[in-house]
Unconditional design. Structure first.
Length: 62
């Protein structure tokens, strides 16, 4: 099982780096809000993170 935990940790860190590279600090904040909200079972915090990430992914409406 330690190998599975290591692989999972590497994938999580890689995903966080990808989000930060693509969407900057705002994307990292959105991902952190989503993660903290899910772990704390707080729908308002996780929703705020999800909305922030959705706005970043959607980009400006032209």
């Amino acid at each position: 099982m330690p190998v599975l935990a290591l692989v999972t940790a590497v994938l999580v860190v890689a995903f966080e780096q990808l989000v930060q590279w693509r969407y900057g600090a705002t994307g990292l904040i959105g991902l952190a809000l989503l993660t903290v909200g899910l772990k704390a079972k707080s729908p308002s915090v996780s929703s705020a993170g999800a909305v922030l990430l959705a706005l970043l992914v959607a980009g400006p409406a032209l």
